[in-house]
Design a binder for this molecule. Structure first.
Ligand code: NAD
Ligand code: UDP
Length: 311
């Protein structure tokens, strides 16, 4: 049994991770400031004697001795991370430095939840880990993209300078149970709109692509990475099955039997045109690859949203 800290544990991915780690028999300390996470996500864990919740902002130092730290604290949806961009940068820089100090002090292994956004609007397709990216350093997405890039820098420098035991994963678009219906990301928006028969809002013409990974697949990859030896990453974790946003809208309309119509809204600034992970490295080093199809994943997510959404 290990003692594990999960920052951002009340969020979408974090709450799924806490559940999995408890199921595997570990003690979990879930830390969150409830910026975008919710008590509802961890309600079913609170009575577990191996689960402890700490309300805290990682921008401030904290002293907790654990074997492992999964650092997930950071808003992930573009409307949320752009709402208070300075806070987003501080979370990825000051916050990550605080977590690294903790890892160094107690010799804990620390895994950083990085992102495909480090590749920006990629000129290499699909994206491999050795690609350095095409990121606008001064645009509206920079608070997140550059914040996460600096977080990777800090991870690598703590490793080189202090021998801190680090792991870096680059998560590609992930969806599923415990996503907030008003989160603002594409899967949650489209499912919520379709279930309410509201217009489906495609930004731009819908020809931009993403590759969607179901959350249980991602969690498996995260845990495999944390438990791997002699491999620090960065490693891409995502589903290489690429589709256009228009195709996603049509699929969700069909699966929900919705009367929603598709409407178009302006494409936000710096929105990447295409994105697809090359997961060769994850296959080689972790024997990891996703197994949940888009059909199965969407069905589970639609079922979850239909219980959550007020009509
Ligand atoms: P989320 O917004 O649901 O979860 C983030 C959690 O972090 C929330 O519970 C929030 O309250 C908490 N948080 C934010 N700032 C904090 C701070 N300063 N101190 C303490 N807690 C704080 O998002 P998610 O999709 O679960 O993302 C989790 C992590 O994975 C993030 O770091 C995100 O950048 C990364 N990621 C997610 C995706 C994806 O597709 N979901 C893709 C790439 C990377
Ligand atoms: N998107 C959309 N309609 C929405 C929300 C998002 O067309 O209601 C588009 C968005 O412009 C982007 C893609 O869907 O091209 C994925 O957006 P999301 O915010 O989920 O993630 P990210 O852009 O960070 O990959």
């Amino acid at each position: 049994m290990k003692k594990i800290l999960v920052t951002g544990g009340a969020g979408f991915i974090g709450s799924n991770l806490c559940k999995k780690l408890l199921k595997d028999g570990h003690k979990v300390i879930c830390l969150d400031n409830f910026l975008t996470g919710s008590k509802e996500n961890i309600n079913n864990l609170i009575n577990n004697p191996n689960f402890k919740f700490v309300e805290h902002d990682i921008e401030n130092p904290i002293d907790i001795n654990t074997d492992e730290i999964y650092n997930l604290a950071c808003p992930a949806s573009p409307p949320h991370y752009q709402f208070n961009p300075v806070k987003t940068v501080r979370t990825s820089v000051v916050g990550v430095a605080n977590m690294l100090e903790l890892a160094q002090k107690y010799n804990s292994r620390i895994l950083q939840a990085s992102t495909s956004e480090v590749y920006g609007d990629p000129l290499m397709h699909p994206q491999k880990e050795e690609y350095w990216g095409n990121v606008n350093p001064i645009g509206i997405r920079s608070c997140y993209d550059e914040g996460k890039r600096c977080a990777e820098t800090l991870m690598m420098d703590y490793h080189r300078q202090f021998n801190t035991d680090i792991k870096i994963i680059r998560i590609f678009n992930t969806y599923g149970v415990n996503m907030h219906p008003n989160d603002g990301r594409v899967v949650s928006n489209f499912i919520a709109q379709a279930l309410k028969n509201d217009d489906i809002t495609i930004y731009g013409d819908g020809s931009q692509t993403r590759s969607f990974c179901y959350v249980s697949d991602l969690i498996d990859g995260m845990v495999k990475m944390m438990n791997s030896e002699n491999f620090i990453g960065p490693v891409n974790l995502g589903n290489p099955s690429e589709r256009t946003i228009l195709n996603l809208a049509e699929l969700i309309i069909k699966k929900t039997d919705s009367k929603s119509k598709i409407i178009h809204k302006p494409l936000p600034g710096d929105d990447p045109i295409k994105r697809k992970p090359d997961i060769t490295l994850a296959k080689e080093k972790l024997n990891w690859y996703p197994v949940v199809s888009i059909d199965e994943g969407l069905e589970k997510t639609i079922e979850y949203f239909s219980k959550k959404i007020q009509y």
